[in-house]
Design a protein around this ligand. Structure first.
Ligand SMILES: [Zn+2]
Length: 288
């Protein structure tokens, strides 16, 4: 397979984010060292790529964009669990928020931060979102068809990065994150900016009949397209309606136009099965 190398999409290319303190980068499959089928910028440790290759790949992004910062990442489990991060004298405090119905509950744990040689990284826990207001940290969501989502509130400088596949979207991880912005950080919805990176789109996301009927019952028919008795799910449609339900306007949202399954510049679990993960990285940076 021959690929044309493509640059990463960053906040500098984004109309919504280019003049804010929030810097993000959405990687693709190029510019890394992993061998096929993980070629080449696989950023995940859990896909059976050589650990050393994934480490070099993560380090490449951290050195290029986020020198001297600490990378926070998750053991992603397709949940709606979100960790809120605070730091206190070298101890990272992570409050784990779970959403059931409309109720969010929190439990706290502490992680001792250590000095790394090139950059630090911390596995925060099992979950699919991190919210934070500290510029020392870089948040990352690893994907290969799921939606990498960034939420940012400029006045409070709070940001969250989510991993939202079908299960995350359907269990309302985005709603959960927006609830935390409102209740825990006093954010007003008109101050929110959202970026949704490359993910599998309705052109490619075929689901089986049972699941299609179940989702139609739960969310309505508009998100499922049916052609020749084959059903396709529109996760972006679901996410946009969820965003609108909070009074956030679509002018506050930027959505990557590419489908990970159509565009071979990205890893796609649907297209490749055994493959790597690209990622959305985000951090607060002083220079704009
Ligand atoms: Zn597609």
């Amino acid at each position: 397979m021959k690929y044309i190398q493509k640059d990463f999409f960053t906040s500098k290319d984004s109309k919504l984010f280019c003049s804010t303190k929030l810097h993000f980068v959405l990687t693709n499959r190029y510019h890394g060292v992993s061998k096929p089928p993980y070629n080449s910028l696989n950023l995940a440790y859990h896909v059976n790529d050589k650990l050393e290759s994934a480490r070099i790949n993560r380090s490449y992004i951290m050195q290029k964009y986020y020198k001297n910062k600490t990378l926070l990442y998750l053991n992603q489990i397709h949940s709606n669990t979100i960790f809120a991060i605070q730091e206190n004298k070298g101890i990272l405090e992570a409050s784990q928020h779970n959403l059931k119905g409309n109720i969010t509950t929190a439990t706290k744990h502490s992680i001792l931060m250590q000095d790394g040689s090139q950059y630090n990284e911390i596995l925060v826990g099992d979950g699919d979102g991190i919210i934070c207001n500290k510029s020392d940290f870089v948040l990352m969501s690893m994907v290969a068809d799921c939606n990498p989502i960034l939420i940012y509130a400029k006045p409070q400088n709070v940001f969250a990065v989510l991993h939202a596949g079908r299960q995350g979207v359907c269990s309302k991880i985005l709603t959960h994150a927006l609830m935390l912005f409102i209740h825990d950080y006093n954010v007003k919805m008109q101050d929110i900016c959202i970026f949704i990176g490359t993910s599998i789109r309705k052109c490619c996301y075929e689901i089986d009949n049972n699941l299609a009927f179940q989702l139609m019952q739960e969310f309505g028919e508009k998100y499922i397209a049916c052609e020749n008795e084959r059903y396709k799910l529109d996760m972006i449609g679901l996410l946009c309606d969820e965003i609108l339900s909070f009074g956030i306007e679509l002018s506050q949202v930027e959505i990557s136009p590419s489908c990970s399954c159509c565009d071979e510049s990205y890893f796609s679990y649907r297209r490749e099965k055994i493959t790597g993960r690209f990622a959305l990285f985000a951090s607060l940076c002083d220079e704009v």
